[in-house]
Design a binder for this molecule. Structure first.
Ligand SMILES: [Zn+2]
Length: 446
């Protein structure tokens, strides 16, 4: 398909900056030109036109930490202490989840994500079934994603089989829309020797499949202050200088490490992250809901660490709304530092786009530039809460809602048009989710 998205303001998030009355030209899955609408309108006269007057045209949002399968459990149990929440509520229900439930839950999260302008998701869950899984849902929904398999020390054989199958079947699939990752759950659930083994496996898989893009190493790190104690309790290892310092001693840190949370960090941790090129993903809503603490985003950025943004899963957020997450990210740093200049709107917008792409080591997305993949969103500014307009960046972070997203393109395909999902019937997806939930609850009673 060839078309030109015309009018409105293009926020390229790249060298070209902001172009008022701009245009973006798309051919097949790529962006081929960006510039002033007047100029490009005549140059690409025969291209199909998509008008975006009084809108912002920008790169699709990148949700750099999710567990998309878990939407069937959304709101099932909230406001419990972490251990009670997991052990008495979430884990017993998760144990009854089938591959099909994960697929349906993922369809639902993908639909919600796309409607809210999220074009790429980085998701960590069990790859439990070759046919029914998160990758299939992302593929069918026309989204882009990195799909992992979460690993635990108590099931090494099973993990290895799952990772091999996931990489073979899905890495680079769907015109490169899907990539995979190796996901050690956390340093307190994956012991030191297994962590090293998973590092080796990631390198091995990259040797075999890396020509289709890097296979990343996605892990929760330093989510809460008591993580060193939890590591000691589980594996008898003393962690004195910080969790990243410990991981560095194991030799597992490289630029392909995508570390979610990074809340409880020592100054040595931050130095090590910068030195090793480790990427951080900040999940402000989840950290607040679970009272985990506050990620030192400003310190990380100052040290030169790439920080992306994520929602975390549907049980700890409880939405996939990245616009809302952007607002929380900005507000949380301000209140934590007692400084209203901390983390301004422009920086947050970058975290949700360009930094997200860098965090996932995916250099074809996150920016509107010729040659990049055509993952583009159009956000309608003709709304009472977005009027009048002084700064597009300010509106997007502090005032816009996910329901303001009008058009979404992934890989050059229109997946949301006029605020409606085009790849699947939303009605049907919600029906499937309701039915799957009923079946799941009835299995719990068995
Ligand atoms: Zn998580």
């Amino acid at each position: 398909m060839e078309f030109i998205i015309l009018g409105g303001t293009v926020l390229t998030m790249g060298q070209a900056g902001r172009i008022r009355e701009g245009a973006v030209v798309v051919e097949d899955d790529r962006i081929i030109d960006v510039g002033p609408a007047d100029e490009l309108k005549t140059k690409y006269r025969r291209y199909e036109r998509l008008t975006a007057d009084k809108c912002v045209i920008m790169p699709g949002l990148i949700n750099a930490h999710q567990h998309i399968s878990m939407s069937l459990l959304r709101g099932y149990a909230d406001d419990y202490p972490l251990r009670e929440w997991l052990e008495e509520h979430i884990w017993p229900l998760e144990a009854k989840m089938t591959g099909y439930d994960m697929y349906v839950g993922s369809l639902l999260t993908c639909a919600e994500s796309l409607l809210g302008g999220v074009t790429t998701v980085n998701t960590m869950y069990h790859y439990a079934h070759p046919d029914w899984n998160e990758a299939r849902a992302i593929a069918e929904m026309g989204m882009r994603g990195v799909v992992g398999h979460v690993c635990f020390s108590w099931r090494r054989e099973e993990d290895r089989r799952a990772l091999e199958d996931l990489a073979k079947r899905w890495h680079g699939a769907e015109n490169g829309r899907i990539r995979v990752s190796v996901d050690p759950h956390a340093p307190y659930t994956v012991g030191p020797d297994y962590m090293v083994e998973l590092r080796r496996l990631t390198d091995e898989l990259n040797e075999r499949y890396g020509d289709k893009g890097p296979i990343t190493f996605h892990i929760h790190v330093a989510e809460t202050a008591d993580e060193p104690e939890k590591i000691k309790e589980a594996f008898g290892v003393e962690v004195r200088k910080g969790v990243f310092a410990y991981l560095d001693e194991l030799g597992v840190l490289k630029p392909d490490v995508v570390a979610a949370h990074c809340v409880a960090l020592t100054s040595q941790d931050i130095e090590i992250m910068a030195k090793r090129g480790v990427k951080a993903v900040h999940n402000p809503v989840s950290n607040m809901k679970l009272a985990s603490g506050i990620c030192p985003v400003v310190d990380l950025l100052r040290a030169g660490v790439v920080v992306g943004l994520g929602t975390d899963g549907p049980c700890s957020n409880n939405t996939a709304d990245m616009l809302e997450t952007m607002k929380f990210a900005a507000l949380l740093q301000k209140v934590a530092r007692g400084d209203p200049t901390a983390l301004p709107a422009e920086a947050v917008l970058k975290m949700a786009t360009l930094n997200g792409a860098m965090a996932l080591c995916w250099d074809e997305i996150g920016v509107i530039e010729p040659g990049k993949k055509a993952d583009i969103i159009v956000i309608d500014l003709k709304k009472p809460h977005l009027t009048p307009l002084y700064s597009e960046e300010s509106h997007l972070v502090y005032a816009a809602k996910s329901s303001d997203v009008k058009t979404v393109l992934v890989d050059g395909q229109i997946v949301v048009g006029d605020g409606e999902l085009k790849t699947m019937s939303l009605e049907k997806v919600m029906e499937m989710a309701e039915k799957a939930r009923e079946d799941l609850l009835s299995r719990l009673e068995e």
